[in-house]
Design a protein around this ligand. Structure first.
Ligand SMILES: Cc1ncc(C[n+]2csc(CCOP(=O)(O)OP(=O)(O)O)c2C)c(N)n1
Length: 674
């Protein structure tokens, strides 16, 4: 017997070898990295074995197969559970990758990252987000299935599985998403709640005594219990029953024991987020009766069995492909449309539908202009689907004469997310990840704060989602400081991969939608006004198409190069235009620059940027928001007229005056600078 062999009372079954392989890889990877979460993968190894082994439809050779079942590990800290299974079933992930857990540029980062590791469907880690993503994926499945399946051809027909931990359940976003899913009757969701009674601080009894079963029954979910996470047949039976339930989403509450198998860490918080320790790992492998103590050892029989499980995917997919080919032969146009949507290509000609605004339209709030544009382009962009968190009449985000997505109709493009901004953002991410749709979600800009976590994840994952944020400043007036955004524009602009666009008038709003729909590698936030805006006369000022550059010169004063540059975005562009006229009269040559998007401008060439903001000419920026994001653009000797306090409840013009956001102040400041 070698040092690494253990004494077995009886040979281990292939089932146990397969299950324990996950436990061993998880323990060893965390130990090698000297950081990570071994306990939950150890507890849930049997669940993973039953789910992947008997139920999940997936093909490691093609992780992107359209009709695969989706799996979301909402408890992203348990990433080694997922990485183990991806390696064992034969995805593009090697044992060496497992050994590189949590290392620089490895394919096994600390938490699962979408686009980074084959088979990872979404980035998780911030608890609760995966739950919402799973609901969004199920929305995508239901919507596309309803639109594209034909009576004899169910080509989109898959389940969305997720695993949620105590932390996921405590986070509010799980409430918002679960409530939405139950109401919308998303019957193809099958979630597992890992009921292990342990979080970081200790036993859940410290802080948590929800009756999760009744909670989810209250949401109209179908709820089952499995009392022993090691009972493979009970897990199997519960999944079968969940699949048989067509109307309600399912939750399977699985009583598990964190750190299962570890003599000293079993059922303790210590197993949650630290390596077990070399000695304890040895004891655990012995207690489990594992055939070797060698780190990362997977018995050949177990690997072969897991690979057989993975190999079932290819015939599953090719069977589906045959059905898809038959569908395509019978319904060539529908199939072509589906394929277009999945590729993310837009139909030709949609830009011809973007309306042109003229003086005859009168003064129009940019939120209203946005609604007009959305409705004009909607017929040619059917994949643009979305709605608001109960503010559609204020955010102008309903597509008129189109059905709503709801419990009785999964075909609708208008979504009613309810007053659930956080859930909305998280569900939108799931929809985008599912593919075939461009989701938009609307609320007041101030309430973007209620959906920060999914915004950040959309940016990390570079998802094409659109936020329509209206009531974008103190310009909303009487609702007062609780509703008036101040710091939101700067903080949204600070999110990497995010594009914020704040158009100055109806024409720029139309251009903003053009850019937004073409911008496929990250979220776009449109900041739109509640108050009406005048239309900038494009016969006198540059065309609104300049918006695509992020910033563009509207006009220079006559008679020579500018002495001062006035920069602004959104509603305050009107102020710089008026200031320019006054300065011209007073003999000061000024340039006006509309800067609707800092991010788009930052991507332009240095030559272009210098042509808009010439070196050596002093700059003044004005925006009814916190000045933080403007320092880069005005330079050391520039001035920013912004807001460094909360707003106030009053008619909006008065607030502007009290806070010094006026033409008078602009003119005075310019004169001082020149
Ligand atoms: C939003 C958010 N808050 C906090 C954390 C840090 N965190 C990671 S796991 C965890 C809780 C662990 O308990 P549980 O969810 O039951 O997971 P288990 O210990 O069973 O693996 C916390 C607070 C996080 N990942 N996300």
């Amino acid at each position: 017997m070698t040092d690494n062999q253990t004494t077995l009372s009886k040979p281990m079954s292939v089932d146990d070898l397969c299950i324990n392989a996950i436990r061993v890889l998880s323990m060893d990877a965390v130990q090698k990295a000297d950081s990570g979460h071994p306990g939950t993968p150890m507890a849930l190894a049997p669940l993973a074995y039953v789910l992947w082994g008997r139920h999940l439809r997936f093909n490691p050779a093609n992780p992107g197969w359209l009709d695969r079942d989706r799996f979301v590990l909402s408890a992203g800290h348990a990433s080694m559970l997922l990485y183990s299974v991806l390696y064992l079933t034969g995805y593009d992930l090697t044992l060496d990758d497992i050994k590189q857990f949590r290392q620089w540029e490895s394919r096994t980062p600390g938490h699962p990252e979408y686009g980074h590791t084959a088979g990872v469907e979404t980035t998780t880690g911030p608890l609760g987000q995966g739950f919402g993503n799973a609901v969004g994926m199920a929305v995508g499945e239901a919507l596309l299935g309803t639109l594209f399946n034909r009576p004899d051809h169910q080509i989109i027909d898959h389940h969305t599985f997720f695993i949620a931990s105590d932390g996921d359940m405590m986070e509010g976003v799980s409430h918002e998403s679960a409530s939405y899913a139950g109401h919308a009757r998303l019957g193809k969701i099958i979630g597992f709640y890992d009921d292990n009674h342990i979080t970081i601080e200790g036993n859940t009894s410290l802080t948590y005594s929800d009756d999760v079963q009744r909670r989810f029954e209250g949401y109209h979910w179908h709820v089952q219990r499995v009392d022993d996470a090691n009972d493979l047949d009970a897990i199997d039976a519960a999944i079968l029953a969940a699949k048989a339930e067509k109307e309600r989403p399912s939750l399977i509450i699985v009583r598990s024991h964190i750190g299962f198998g570890s003599p000293h860490k079993h059922d303790t918080a210590e197993a949650h987020g630290s390596p077990l320790g070399v000695d304890e790992i040895k004891l655990t492998k012995q207690a489990l009766g594992y055939p070797s103590l060698e780190p990362f050892y997977v018995a050949p029989d177990a690997l072969a069995h897991w690979r057989n499980i993975g190999a079932r995917g290819a015939p599953l997919e090719s069977d589906w492909q045959k059905r898809y080919d038959a569908y395509k032969a019978t319904n060539p146009d529908v199939a072509a449309e589906l394929e277009r949507r999945l590729r993310g290509d837009l139909l030709d000609g949609w830009e011809d539908l973007i309306p042109t605004f003229t003086a005859e339209n009168g003064n129009v709030a940019s939120r209203a202009a946005s609604g007009v544009v959305l409705n004009a382009i909607a017929p040619r962009i059917p994949e643009l689907v979305g709605g608001s968190a109960d503010l559609s009449s204020s955010t102008n985000t309903i597509v008129t004469n189109a059905p709503s997505f709801g419990p009785d109709d999964h075909s609708g493009r208008n979504f009613h997310f309810g007053i659930r901004e956080h859930g909305m953002g998280s569900i939108m991410n799931g929809m985008a990840l599912h593919g075939g749709v461009i989701p938009y979600g609307a609320t007041f800009l101030i309430f973007s704060d209620y959906m920060r976590p999914p915004i950040r994840l959309a940016a990390i994952m570079r998802l094409h989602v659109v936020y329509v944020y209206t009531h974008d400043s103190i310009g909303l007036g009487e609702d007062g400081p609780t509703h008036q955004p101040v710091e939101q524009l700067s903080t949204l602009r600070a999110v990497p991969n995010m594009t914020v666009i704040r158009p100055a008038d109806a024409s720029e709003t139309a251009e903003a939608w053009r850019v937004t729909l073409k911008h496929r590698n990250g979220p776009v936030a449109l900041a739109l006004t509640r108050q009406k805006l005048g239309l900038i006369d494009r016969t006198k000022f540059a065309a609104a198409s300049g918006l695509a550059h992020g910033a563009y010169v509207l006009a220079d004063a006559p008679g020579g190069p500018p002495q001062v540059v006035l920069i602004s975005s959104g509603s305050e562009v009107a102020l710089i235009l008026e200031a320019q006229q006054r300065l011209t009269k007073d003999g000061i040559r000024s340039r006006t620059v509309s800067m609707p998007s800092h991010e788009l401008f930052a991507k332009e060439t240095a030559e272009y940027r210098d042509s808009v903001l010439p070196h050596g000419v002093k700059r003044i920026a004005i925006e009814a928001a916190h000045p933080m994001s403007w320092y880069r653009w005005v330079g050391d000797d520039g001035v920013i007229l912004g807001i460094e306090r909360f707003g106030a409840s009053a008619p909006y013009k008065e607030i502007y005056t009290h806070l010094g956001l006026t033409v008078d102040n602009l003119v005075e400041t310019a004169k001082k600078l020149v």
